[in-house]
Design a protein around this ligand. Structure first.
Ligand SMILES: [Zn+2]
Length: 381
């Protein structure tokens, strides 16, 4: 088929994170001599007594282990010294950001590369290995940090002494998130993997979701960035929902029977950034000709609404997405010329229970560039 002809003149741009920025933050004061390359300053771990192992098991559902690339999988070097093992379980999780660039390469290769980079930065600190226990890439790939962390997590009985926050290195699982979250939120892929990972850690070690903290809660540091830090209550809430088995999410693609659009909305599979096999597009027009997504909202509460679309420079920069909460509606303008191939948050809404159109894409916008309707995801918070 002649997909190129279908959308003549369109140019595919690279994957982009919504709101991503390559800017580095103002550096926190390094506690030690800084090697070249961005990395989060920290101190070598202080010796400390092992934590007691709490009794009990996680309630609710049993979560399957998420995919976590081991040190061998991502190509870690061997540790340059002895890594200590704790005799008991950790009792909390500390969230960090790497203070690295907010790259838009979301591939597995990029994930493994940043894991190797971090290990080198931490070797340069004089540490025996990566300081953190686990890492999450901007593309949502989860990786072992300090060697032995993964075996400890699977066993659920112990971990290795890390080097991510003085005083907490035996008590807290340290998670380094690729990027810098001072002014922007992490990409949805990273966030969703972080939620799954934290839920699994809580299950394995019997840690309450309330025991998820930011690095700055235990040390004077900007880490994990103002925006990511402000999202920790949401993280605790989503982790609790995952552990309780009350998490709920629905994804509605344009091929679903819950999607509806007139014949004015044409079908294309031109962009590889599409969700599923294809998407719908049409020209702007001052008419009521909505592409709609129906869903059954299971209960009154807070929901995050996200959109997925291919981001192409020839697409509309101000496409109206209408969110119907059951009590009213909100219109969010979306730039569809960039940032495609990922879940873009349209915001968090208080919704009432019931079956109805929950999101619509409108043609009533300016310019001549195509408006696109691809997939929608709704997640209860
Ligand atoms: Zn940190």
């Amino acid at each position: 088929m002649d997909r190129r002809g279908l959308l003549r003149g369109a140019v595919v741009v690279g994957l982009g994170a919504a709101g991503a920025s390559a800017a580095l933050p103002a550096a926190a004061a390094p506690a030690i001599a800084a090697p070249s390359g961005p990395r989060e300053p920290s101190l070598a771990p202080a010796p400390e007594a092992p934590s007691d192992a709490p009794a009990g098991t996680a309630a609710g559902v049993t979560l399957a282990a998420p995919t976590i690339a081991s040190c061998d999988t991502w190509g870690a070097e061997a540790p340059r010294g002895t890594i200590s093992t704790t005799s008991g379980r950790p009792n909390k999780i500390l969230i960090h950001h790497m203070a690295s660039a907010n790259v838009t390469d979301y591939s597995q290769a990029a994930a493994y590369r940043i894991a190797r980079d971090v290990q080198q930065w931490h070797f340069a600190n004089g540490w025996v290995d990566s300081g953190q226990h686990l890492s999450v890439s901007r593309g949502g790939y989860v990786m072992e940090g300090r060697r032995g962390s993964l075996n400890g997590l699977r066993a659920g009985t112990h971990t290795v002494v890390g080097a991510h926050c003085p005083g907490q290195n035996s008590d807290a699982i340290g998670i380094e998130n690729q990027g810098t979250y001072t002014n922007v939120a992490p990409p949805a892929q990273l966030w969703n993997s972080l939620v799954d990972l934290c839920a699994y850690i809580c299950q394995q070690y019997d840690i309450a979701p309330t025991q998820i903290y930011g690095h700055r809660d235990f040390r004077a540091t900007a880490c994990p960035g103002d925006v990511l830090y402000s999202m920790l209550p949401q993280l605790r809430s989503e982790v609790a929902a995952a552990l309780n088995g009350t998490s709920w999410s629905v994804t509605i693609d344009n091929t679903s029977s819950a999607f509806s659009a007139s014949g004015n909305w044409l079908t294309s599979s031109y962009s590889s950034e599409r969700y599923g096999s294809n998407y719908r597009y049409t020209t702007p027009a001052e008419v009521s000709d909505l592409a709609t997504y129906r869903a059954t909202i299971p209960s009154n509460g807070s929901y995050r609404v996200e959109a997925w679309f291919p981001g192409i420079s020839g697409y509309n920069t101000s496409t109206p997405f209408i969110v119907y909460t059951g009590a009213g509606q909100s219109t969010v303008r979306v730039d569809q010329s960039t940032g495609g191939g990922a879940w873009l948050s349209l915001g968090t809404y208080s919704m009432t229970a019931g079956t109805r159109t929950v999101v619509a894409v409108s043609r009533w916008t300016g310019g001549s560039a195509y408006v696109v309707a691809d997939a929608i995801r709704i997640t209860r918070l």
